[in-house]
Write a protein that binds this ligand. Structure first.
Ligand code: AMP
Ligand code: ZN
Length: 494
């Protein structure tokens, strides 16, 4: 394993704990995926980029990881009781599965643009209805659920009294739950208690997505899919479960309850939660207009930003906050991230051209300490902001070697080679930062884009606007946006 012992902040115990996988060398990780009824917003992206970095670091350390991230395509209801997907279908006059496909495609495209690795398995809730029915039956058989008019409800009171785990993750005490009335589903009057939740719901006649079950023609409750799909692919007990911290309650708390209620086993050993994305200090929220889509951010087409920022700058910006801290998106912070990221890329280029005669080695210890510290920061609950600050220390060194304010011959050839391998490897493999141009880019496409932008630049210099506009419009037709800035042109996917 690269690095040293990994420690993670476990939401379940509220402690930073040594990470010990169930099977040495292997990690099973489940992350709650998007509900695909509308375009993903940047907050969602923050969470998935966060877990992508965690996934990447586990792989980098040498673990064999099975990363399961689901697609929620049924059962996640709005406050008025309407299924989110059905609402999307009704508004867009589409089949529910068209809605699911449309927004899954959009989600995947954005994930590619942010250079996130694809999960090992991406199961959909509607593909696992028989398994969900089976789990409802197990919970019923164990006495932790009851049937009312064709719907099945989880009996939180009985469960809490007998199992003593309800509320452990979210820190909610059952007395609080008793008085809570936030659950305003249409059919809540059927429940024995307000904190009980539906694991199977009888569908109204006009409901679009419904299946046969022993209790009614209906559909599964939202929390059930994650209980079922995580354990189906990772085993009854697995290593890591993740999601945004807004899911701690009720989603994750109820997930644990369902798994314990079905098989008497707590599903995941470590629960990791990402924190929320804010904009200008306030929670990003559609209803307040305090929102920006990834596209708006990339193109600069929003009152919240002064210009467009490339996907890799946005990813870099995201990694400058710890995944468990809130992250405030501001134009100034993005500008600073852009500058910082550019410095890193420039230093990487300079590093490629550095050579040492390797006479002295008084710099060696410093470089090696910095490289080790970067991994130590990642081993400390994936502390990307600290690791990035070490990276900047290395950047400063590289610039000093180039300028001669530090003698490059104080670095041995061996250490220079180590730096030349480890630093780019860390930036690329762990932080997932590719060179400018975003994901999907590779050396050839980067080179081609560079060439095209240079041709366009020379056309502009000759005031050959026809050619320069043609290049821009043709790229636009390929969903590539060219942005002209004071320091040249850059490009990104739309
Ligand atoms: P959803 O599509 O609403 O089911 O959410 C998908 C994932 O994005 C979940 O893990 C949420 O916790 C997470 N999420 C939603 N809003 C935000 C936000 N503003 N910041 C960070 N993560 C978020
Ligand atoms: Zn989930």
């Amino acid at each position: 394993m690269k690095g040293k012992t990994l420690f993670v902040q476990n939401s379940l115990t509220r402690k930073k704990e040594e990470f010990v996988p169930i099977n040495a060398g292997f990690v099973g990780m489940y992350v709650c995926g998007p509900t695909v009824y509308s375009d993903v917003h940047l907050g969602n992206c923050r969470t998935f980029v966060g877990f992508d970095t965690i996934y990447r670091y586990l792989l980098y350390k040498g673990y064999k990881v099975r990363y399961v991230r689901n697609i929620t395509d049924v059962g996640h209801l709005l406050d008025d009781g309407e299924d989110r997907i059905s609402k999307g279908a009704r508004l867009d006059k589409l089949e529910p599965m068209e809605v699911v496909q449309k927004y899954s495609n959009g989600f995947h495209a954005i994930m590619d643009i942010f250079n996130t690795k694809k999960p090992s398995i991406e199961p959909r809730a509607t593909g696992h209805i028989p398994e969900q029915i089976e789990m409802v039956q197990q919970i019923l058989d164990n006495g932790y659920a009851y049937v009312k008019n064709g719907s099945v409800y989880f009996d939180t009171i009985k469960f809490a009294e007998e199992k003593k785990v309800y509320g452990k993750l979210s820190g909610r005490i059952i007395d609080d739950l008793l008085t809570e009335t936030r659950d305003n589903l249409k059919n809540q009057s059927e429940k024995n208690h307000p904190s009980d939740f539906a694991i199977w719901m009888k569908a109204a006649d006009d409901h679009l997505m419904k299946w046969n079950s022993p209790w009614s023609v209906g559909f599964p409750g939202w929390h059930l899919e994650c209980s079922v799909m995580s354990t189906k692919y990772l085993g009854q007990k697995f290593d890591i479960h993740g999601g945004g911290n807004d899911l701690k309650f009720p989603h994750h708390e109820n997930e644990i309850a369902q798994n314990v209620g079905a098989c008497d086993c707590t599903p995941s050993n470590y629960w990791l939660h990402t924190n929320m994305l804010l904009m200008n200090g306030k929670k990003m929220s559609k209803s307040d207009g305090n929102t920006i889509s990834p596209e708006e951010l990339f193109t600069g087409n929003s009152p919240h930003v002064s210009k467009g920022y490339s996907p890799m700058v946005v990813r870099f910006f995201m990694l400058q906050s710890h995944y468990s801290s809130t992250m405030d998106l501001t134009d100034e912070a993005l500008q600073a991230a852009e500058k910082g990221f550019k410095r890193i890329l420039e230093a990487q280029k300079i590093l490629e051209g550095l050579s040492t005669s390797g006479n002295g080695n008084s710099e060696d210890a410093d470089i090696i300490m910095n490289l080790d510290a970067m991994l130590a920061d990642m081993d400390d609950d994936f502390n990307t902001p600290k690791a990035i600050s070490r990276l900047f220390d290395l950047v400063t060194k590289i610039n000093s070697y180039k300028q001669g304010s530090l003698d490059i011959n104080m670095v041995s050839k061996e250490t220079m080679d180590l730096l030349k391998t480890q630093m780019p490897e860390f930036i690329d493999q762990v932080l997932g930062l590719t060179t400018e141009g975003g994901a999907g880019s590779n050396d050839v496409s980067d080179g081609l884009m560079q060439l095209i932008l240079e041709l366009r630049q020379s056309a502009r210099e000759k005031k050959d606007w026809d050619t320069s506009d043609k290049i821009r419009d043709s790229l636009n037709a390929l969903e590539i946006v060219v942005k002209d800035g004071s320091d040249g042109s850059s490009w990104s996917f739309k």
